[in-house]
Design a protein around this ligand. Structure first.
Ligand code: PHE
Length: 442
């Protein structure tokens, strides 16, 4: 028996949902501090070049595979080509659970910080005491797990609604709110006295800080940020109809994702410099340095609360795109959407518990020298995503090329851009990805 596949209500709905997947903690929490650490604008230039060549090509490849097969990430490969490529789908299932586990923990922190900010509990604290408060909170064995549970429950709630009424609706409501908040924060930051130093830090290229490993970091970040290599975008593409112009959609998603990353930097660095704080705080930038910055600025209670609302929204529209590929796959095994959504959400929540505990009591427990949180992040982001992206590039660039060209060009002759797309997938993407992989494993 085959049930009719659900589809997006509109192309705009697809764009919002897919941009929602791409725009996440990776853009707002990770990108700014990576750019800060790697020469600011120099890193941004390399990042842009990678996003709009390799990133965009793999993004379009995933949308195309989904749309052509109208299947989940495992069956899509079986339908279109040699079934061995379905390994990409199985690895994607594993990656979805792993990313969900640590992602939900960090997203739980952001919800907790909305509460803490709005209730004024950070008022009057300096960076040092905020650092202490953050450390105490994330290492607590109970509280962060409760917030993680709340975040997973929100994710499950959206996915239970299905494609058009759940995921699409969430994207159409939440993404415009996200943009409005982000723009308000940018305006606040760049109008602070002393903001110029931050703008300069973020926008004036310092090529001397750029190294081989920062180029690698930029490519890894491009993959994570565009949600590539694990079947999330493929699954979203599978809910598109035949008439959609997928080339244009891929462009728009890549553009939105990159804009948010850059705007996040413009919201953060001018404010950090205006208050003479340390821009190189790494991962703690968002949870320690920024709260101190907000505390010091006029209207900080509101802007601080808004910032963590922004992070939570960004995380939620990404986590639903991590849960949906699981739902799409397990639904083919004869279970209902409600059953698989709740079961997968619950399993991801359980896997999150050791991630959260790794920040405290279980921090000493290490596998391959990494605590559980870092292990989940490493295995998924540094291993499965690049391997998945590599295989997708090979699959489209070498194995199903005629079909791929036909999917993007419709009835017409493939144009120059379509040929360039195949060229990138055939040669550039596999070589570049193999390089990040080898570098990441060293
Ligand atoms: N793109 C998301 C981010 O930048 C993370 C993500 C990765 C989401 C893979 C789905 C799949 O935060």
């Amino acid at each position: 028996m085959s049930v009719k596949r659900e589809h997006w209500g509109s192309r705009l709905g697809f764009i919002m949902a897919t941009a929602g997947s791409a725009v996440g903690l990776g853009n707002i929490w990770k990108f700014p501090y990576m750019a800060g650490d790697n020469g600011g604008a120099a890193f941004i230039i390399i990042y842009l070049a990678l996003v709009f060549t390799i990133g965009l090509s793999v993004l379009l490849a995933e949308i195309m595979i989904g749309r052509a097969s109208q299947s989940d990430a495992v069956n899509a490969f079986k339908k279109l080509g040699p079934s061995g490529f379905s390994i990409v789908g199985y690895m994607g299932i594993a990656a979805a659970f792993m990313i969900l586990s640590f992602y939900s923990v960090v997203a739980g922190w952001t919800i907790a910080y909305i509460v803490k900010f709005a209730s004024g509990s950070f008022v009057g604290m300096d960076a040092a005491s905020l650092g202490g408060a953050f450390g105490a909170f994330i290492s607590n064995p109970v509280q962060p797990i409760i917030y993680e549970a709340i975040f997973v429950a929100m994710t499950v709630f959206v996915v239970l609604g299905g494609i058009a009424n759940g995921i699409e609706r969430a994207g159409k409501i939440l993404m415009p709110i996200l943009f409005l908040i982000l723009i308000a924060l940018v305006v606040r930051a760049v109008t602070l006295p002393g903001a110029e130093k931050g703008l300069e830090f973020f926008l004036a290229p310092d090529f001397s800080k750029l190294t081989g490993s920062s180029v690698m970091a930029a490519l890894g970040q491009a993959f994570f940020s565009l949600s590539l290599g694990m079947g999330a975008i493929l699954t979203y593409g599978s809910y598109l109809g035949k008439d959609a112009n997928i080339g244009k959609s891929a462009w728009q998603v890549a553009f939105l994702d990159t804009s948010v990353a850059i705007l996040a930097g413009l919201a953060i660095f001018p404010a950090v410099f205006a208050f003479n704080m340390d821009p190189g705080a790494g991962p703690g930038l968002t949870f320690v340095t920024l709260p101190a910055v907000f505390d010091a600025m006029p209207g900080g209670l509101i802007f601080g609360t808004l910032f963590f609302v922004l992070l939570t929204i960004a995380a939620l529209t990404s986590s639903i795109s991590l849960l949906e590929p699981l739902v799409a796959f397990f639904s083919t095994k004869g279970f209902s959407r409600a059953q698989v959504t709740m079961t997968s959400g619950f399993l991801a929540f359980l896997l999150g518990i050791p991630c959260s505990m790794a920040m405290g009591d279980w921090g000493e427990f290490k596998i391959f020298g990494k605590n559980f949180f870092d292990l989940m992040d490493f295995l998924s982001s540094n291993l499965i995503l690049p391997i998945g992206g590599f295989l997708i590039a090979i699959f489209v660039g070498w194995v199903i090329t005629p079909r791929a060209l036909q999917e993007v060009s419709g009835t017409g002759e493939p144009g120059l851009l379509a040929k360039l797309w195949i060229f990138i997938l055939r040669f550039i993407a596999p070589i570049a990805i193999a390089a990040i992989l080898i570098n990441g494993l060293r």
